[in-house]
Design a binder for this molecule. Structure first.
Ligand code: GLP
Length: 247
């Protein structure tokens, strides 16, 4: 795992965007794995600035990590809506260029299998963007998610629902189920960029980087991947034993 600590969340997003563009530039198919949540916001803003400055991402295709089950696609907090609003539009991509798991499918198991097949048909993911939950989740792979898990329906932890309730009117409005790419699906990406900022993430970052590799801390399973870079602000890096040089 490489660790890059920047002066703040915006700078971490800019540094991460540079690596994303570099990894995409060496790929012929150009497939981006897209995370939601607030952490990747600065990264998407930096990518959008690069597009405005002339970078051409028009042939990039994407796959979102996850989607709530039970929210209509048009709901402002569905990941369909968020990916279209915060990623596709700013990057100048057609909304259809980024697939999101079907949270309203009558049969989530076949929807999950179809999603895996679509990723495989695209040639796999070149660079996967990730945030991290305060409990160490990646995508919606909560603690205890098997290392070999693939895209599937999952139940959200209460702590995750509480953390995400800030985007909803009340906790009761936060779905209890989701479809998420599995840990194994994520680990198959050729390159992984994880972005985290703020003190609330410091403990999960420490356990993921310096702790044991365990399904109890899903982000720690990234230690087994050969091209993972963590982009942190000083607060998210504050519990690491050795703080790497600033970028
Ligand atoms: C959600 C998403 C994750 C994200 C996490 C952290 O639960 N499913 O992909 O990493 O939240 O969100 P934030 O970046 O807003 O702290």
């Amino acid at each position: 795992m490489r660790i890059v600590v920047s002066a703040g969340p915006e700078e971490a997003g800019e540094a991460a965007a540079r690596l994303v563009l570099q990894r995409l530039s060496v790929s012929s198919g150009r497939v981006l794995g897209v995370a939601t949540g607030s952490s990747p916001g600065p990264l998407y803003r930096a990518l959008a600035a690069s597009v405005r400055a002339g970078a051409d991402l028009s042939d990039v295709r994407g796959f979102a990590l996850d989607e709530y089950i039970g929210l209509p696609r048009e709901h402002p907090q569905s990941y369909h809506s968020i990916v279209e609003r915060d990623v596709a539009m700013p990057l100048g991509l057609r909304p259809e260029a980024i697939l999101v798991p079907e949270g309203q499918a009558p049969d989530p198991t076949s929807a999950a299998a179809a999603y895996e097949a679509a990723i495989a048909a695209a040639g796999g993911i070149d660079v996967q963007i990730l945030g991290i939950g305060t409990n160490g989740h990646i995508g919606f792979n909560e603690p205890g998610s098997p290392r070999g898990s693939r895209t599937r329906m999952v139940r959200l932890e209460e702590s995750t629902r509480r953390a995400n309730s800030r985007f909803f009117r009340s906790l009761d409005d936060v779905p209890t189920l989701a479809i998420t790419q599995g840990v194994s699906t994520i680990l198959e990406a050729r390159s992984i960029v994880l972005i985290a900022s703020g003190e609330a993430k410091a403990s999960a970052v420490r356990r993921s980087v310096q702790g044991a590799t365990t399904e109890d801390m899903p982000a720690s399973l990234l230690q087994g991947h050969r091209d993972v870079t963590l982009f942190l602000d000083p607060a998210a890096a504050s519990l690491l034993d050795r703080v790497p040089a600033k970028a």
